[in-house]
Design a protein around this ligand. Sequence first.
Ligand code: SDX
Length: 441
Amino acid sequence: MATTLTITDQRTKRGYEMPIRDGAIRAMELRAIKEDASDFGILSYDPAFLNTASCRSAITFIDGGRGILRYRGYPIDELAKHSSFLEVAYLLITGELPTATELDGWTADITSHTMLHENTKKFMDGFHHDAHPMGILVSTLAALSTFYPDARQVGDPESRALQIRRLIGKVPTIAAFAYRHRLGYPYVYPDNDLGYAGNFLAMMFRMREARYEPDPVLERALEVLFILHADHEQNCSANVMRSIGSSLADPFVASAGAAAALYGPLHGGANEQVLRMLRDIGDLRSVPRYIESVKQGERKLMGFGHRVYKEYDPRAKILKAIADQVFEVTGRNPLLDLALEVERIALEDPYFVDRHLYPNVDFYSGLIYEAMGFPTDAFTVLFAIPRMTGWLAQWQEMLLDDEQKIARPRQLYVGHDRRPYVPIAGRAAMTRERQGVPMGG
Ligand code: SDX
């Protein structure tokens, strides 16, 4: 069966055959289409990469139409049910589930990297008391680049493996220190006898007790939240990680850039915005009016919609079930009733149905985090902790991909044609002319 695309250039009546592989044509094939030999050739134009594959990847598979999400082929609901975050991290980074011995070694490796250089505290103490934790996280990740100059050896597999373990191990500590700084509490050092999620809870919430014992239901819920947020193929922040990494910058500064992208309210910052939105709505009676304002284009319904999922985000389904388990322990978050009513009305309204707008991963996660005692502006940091593993898996895959090189898109130039320099004395007249002000006016 022909696996080629035939294109006819009506300007020249010339025909072109292009191979179709994996459902795509290579954009560079378009450059052969020229009006005359001196032409640059045809570019593909795709603002925000709506229909552009930037890489081949074997890490995460999403079928947006069927609401499918798999890490290295394993369905997300099975991993959420049976796996641990560090086991999923091993799977994402290496491509395979670990044996018991491999998992023990991996866990010991990560755990041995949970401490931060003491100077990090001096750096962190320089932030204002109410500095947003994401601003602290982004800055501290970049600052850690100066502590580990060996991280610049991105071509060395051993160095890459060491930086990956360092970043996965340290990101919860950075997050917890940022939170403790906010509250003026002493920093709690990692307790390496606890699991990944349990240690994070201890660093966040331990006060006077000699040893923090995390609630097992909350610890498991946080593990699952981390698993659900670990990777999501070529999302905005993963694209940034790959792009910065493509210049061979080290993974500390690359992950700082990725975290900066995640901070945006349209990406990982949405979970924080959902809680603010629900508080804005205030009560059940106000939901219809709020939904109407969204339909009038006055605002977005935060936690709804997705570039890829045109069905229910499979992660949101799992989160809804976790919410009930967490609320059993913490007490029901009263905002849940508001969230359920927003979802009920939106899922019946043609505005949302016609645009395939369903709850995404951020719609319910914030309700759970809040019930667990996390402050609203820590929610995106909670997203960044597990997503660090996804960014690193994407970064490493990019470096090992022979087809990849430094990321440098083209553009369609729509600015001025060549024009001569104007001495400053002549510019006022030029400005008046441009603004249509008559000379002497
Ligand atoms: C994450 O990419 C990933 O994988 C991200 C992520 C991951 O794990 O990394 O899944 C995590 O970022 C989830 C998304 C969190 N963001 C939000 O919840 C913010 C609210 N959502 C929207 O801003 C929006 O849905 C996006 C950004 C998520 C997706 O935007 P797209 O793909 O660019 O879609 P679009 O803006 O072109 O919308 C298509 C139409 C438009 O209407 P029309 O112009 O056709 O009339 O749908 C409308 C949009 O106005 N629309 C919404 C809406 N989202 C889209 N209208 C109201 N509320 C919304 N939330």
